[in-house]
Design a protein around this ligand. Sequence first.
Ligand SMILES: [Zn+2]
Length: 106
Amino acid sequence: MKKDHEQIKLQLEQKLKELEERSERLENRLSQPGEADSGENAIFHENDEVLAGLNDVTIHDIHEIRLALDRIAHGKYGICVECGKAIAKARLTALPFTGTCVDCAT
Ligand SMILES: [Zn+2]
């Protein structure tokens, strides 16, 4: 494994841990039952939808990071999963867990 991939792996593992903790907190909030006969129920409901949306994004990112860690483990990190070309370094710096090059992402 290349030295710079080692560094990225540590960054991704750190990020993964943060996202997993966030997702857990969101799910705990979502699983708390709202008050059935409350006039504020509608507001709770709206918040739930925002939280659920946020949780979806978080779960998506967790999934992407796991795939990126998998690619690192198999020596395929930085190679586009669509076309097999190398992903530009600037793109990897901005989006460390991306699996596609800029051409395939658009
Ligand atoms: Zn590509």
